[in-house]
Ligand binder design. Sequence first.
Ligand SMILES: [Zn+2]
Length: 230
Amino acid sequence: MPDELLERLRRFQQDAFPTQRSLFRHLVDEGQHPLTLFIGCSDSRLVPYLLTGTGPGELFLVRNVGAFVPPYDQSKGFHGTAAAIEFAVLNLDVKRIIVCGHSHCGAIRALYGDVPAAAQNLAQWLELGREAVLPVAEPGPEALRRTEQRAIVLQLERLMDYPMVRERVEAGTLTLHGWHYVIEDGEVHVFDVRQGGFVPASQAENAGTGPYLGVDADGELDPSGVPVGT
Ligand SMILES: [Zn+2]
């Protein structure tokens, strides 16, 4: 039986890598300087590089079930997502943090049902989306979509509990972006504080702003402003 993965590894090195050899050489010599931390759901249908048209060196990527952000204060220990946030902000000095959920998210659906008894870590992890759950027993597609979007805003709020994030957002040197990717449409809906909801990228004015930039009386973003839109 052919070892398909081994074949793919060889194909990458022989065919794909040579076309980007100099780029990788540059990224090794100069180090990585990504401007974006992308926190995405692990779902295989969400492909951050395709969505954003980015390549090597451009996204600092962390993915987990549900695109959740654990609380800063309670994450001490073996927490990959919390560590990635701290590293991206403090060491890499990223300028943007994107939280990207998506349609048909299994993590969000699981919030309305049971997880296998042996999945003790998963059961605990899903609690990070619990506040987004709507009071319906059997959620339809619309309720699930709303839950997915509410969960994204919830994670943006939790990001602001990271002192290094809050500091930079308030100083205007870091922006937060809440994205909901609709797989079947190939379109991201971005969270827009001015509209108080998610707007399709085709109609949005910008790539989305977290709920922690204030909006002044003229509707202009005010980096020192108070939380709005939550
Ligand atoms: Zn998902």
